[in-house]
Design a protein around this ligand. Structure first.
Ligand SMILES: Cc1ncc(COP(=O)(O)O)c(C=O)c1O
Length: 377
């Protein structure tokens, strides 16, 4: 696997994207060079490509424990989330209600906001200061008009695991309501499949698990009926028309298959980084409820420190980290997630996210770099 160490870079931004695993690259190269037929063509090359596509769909379906017909391939999780939300909304006969957690990824938040233009009512589910959604709160907010609830599995900025199975139980009390779980940051890292989660719609993305950018998946239960967002073909059951990105899909399936073999992020990775921050800044703290944090994402809040300056100082020492989500970090916008959790504005944020290629040595070097960066601030 491509390691950050090759260019003396310690890559700790795996929640933004991950290096493509060599086995994934190999599978994709084969698809590019050998299986270049259009899966819709009826000649031998087309039929061969269709077989490859079917194999990839079977692989993904088995991993999330659904029938192959329940797997839709898309261009990214952003599109998968949009297809789930807008596709559900387009099936409604009259305007209804949608509940979304206040800490969803912008691909969910912004798309859901679009429903307001169609007359639907959109409400935010607040989170606890520890960064998690209380399922009882969801139960209180639900009513018969609610047709969709969206709660992600692991938050991309904090790594806090959301109690999606308990949320699903609450949602089931309204028979016509469906649950969307964005599993982009948990897929392959934490056990979750569609039947055991109780979700109706689940999304994940190849580039967060050692696969390529531009390939993702929406899986749905029998209960989740969708309408397409555009026309133009019968691909993906007519729900996502357009010639399939076969190399991307092959890469996605190869990455999915690999997950069971790869080492997972270790709980003890957090300690040296937290200690380095505390040594220079006694008020530094881990964002969110520690007991609910997934091991592969660690977000630290450091009072009176500017995130951008800290990230730049880390980068100067070869450490790639981020100040939250990739979408926010370039524009220095205030994060809606931290705002929802009530994290004070004067706190600098640094997010370290680990991948299967992360080593203990990477962590030790990053902790030294963090200590040295903080001593300069
Ligand atoms: C939680 C979450 N959902 C959705 C997305 C969007 O995924 P993609 O980059 O495949 O569009 C991301 C990407 O950062 C994410 O972290």
């Amino acid at each position: 696997m491509a390691s950050g160490k090759q260019n003396a870079v310690i890559y700790l931004d795996n929640a933004a994207t991950t290096p493509v695993h060599p086995q994934v690259a190999q599978a994709m190269l084969r698809a590019l060079q050998e299986d270049y037929g259009n899966p819709s063509s009826r000649h031998a090359m087309g039929l061969a490509a269709e077989r490859v596509l079917r194999g990839a769909r079977r692989e993904v379906a088995a991993r999330v424990r659904v029938d192959s017909g329940r797997v839709l391939f898309t261009s990214g999780a952003t599109e998968a989330n949009a297809l789930a939300i807008l596709g559900m909304a387009r099936r409604q006969r009259r305007p209804g209600r949608v509940l979304i957690s206040a800490i969803e990824h912008p691909s969910v938040l912004a798309t859901t906001r679009m429903l307001e233009e169609a007359g639907h009512q959109v409400e935010l589910i607040p989170v606890e200061p520890g960064g998690w959604v209380d399922p009882e709160r969801v139960a209180e907010m639900l009513d018969e008009a609610t047709f969709l609830v969206a709660v992600m599995h692991v938050n991309n900025e904090t790594g806090i695991i959301q109690p999606v199975c308990d949320v699903a139980q609450a949602v089931r009390r309204v028979p016509s309501c469906r649950l969307l779980v964005d599993a982009v940051q948990s897929f392959g890292r934490l056990p979750l499949d569609l039947p055991s989660s109780g979700a109706d719609l689940m999304t994940f993305s190849a580039h967060k698990i050692g696969g390529p950018k531009g390939a993702a998946c929406l899986v749905r239960s029998e209960r989740a009926a969708l309408a397409p967002l555009w026309g133009g073909g019968e691909q993906e059951q007519g729900l996502r028309p357009g010639t399939e990105n076969l190399p991307g899909i092959v890469g996605l399936a190869a990455a999915v298959e690999l997950q069971s073999e790869l080492p997972s992020a270790r709980e003890e990775y957090a300690a040296p980084l937290v200690e380095a921050a505390l040594a220079r800044h006694p008020d530094a703290h881990v964002i969110g409820d520690r007991s609910r944090r997934a091991a592969h994402i660690l977000s630290l809040a450091i009072p009176k420190v500017k995130s951008e300056v800290l990230i730049n100082l880390l980068e100067a020492q070869g450490v790639c980290a981020s100040s939250g989500s990739a979408c926010h970090s370039r524009r220095s916008l205030r994060s809606h997630v931290l705002e929802a959790m009530g994290v004070p504005l004067d706190h600098g944020i640094v997010r370290f996210s680990f991948g299967p290629q992360t080593t203990r040595e990477d962590i030790e070097r990053a902790a030294d770099a963090l200590g040295s960066a903080l001593s300069k601030l």
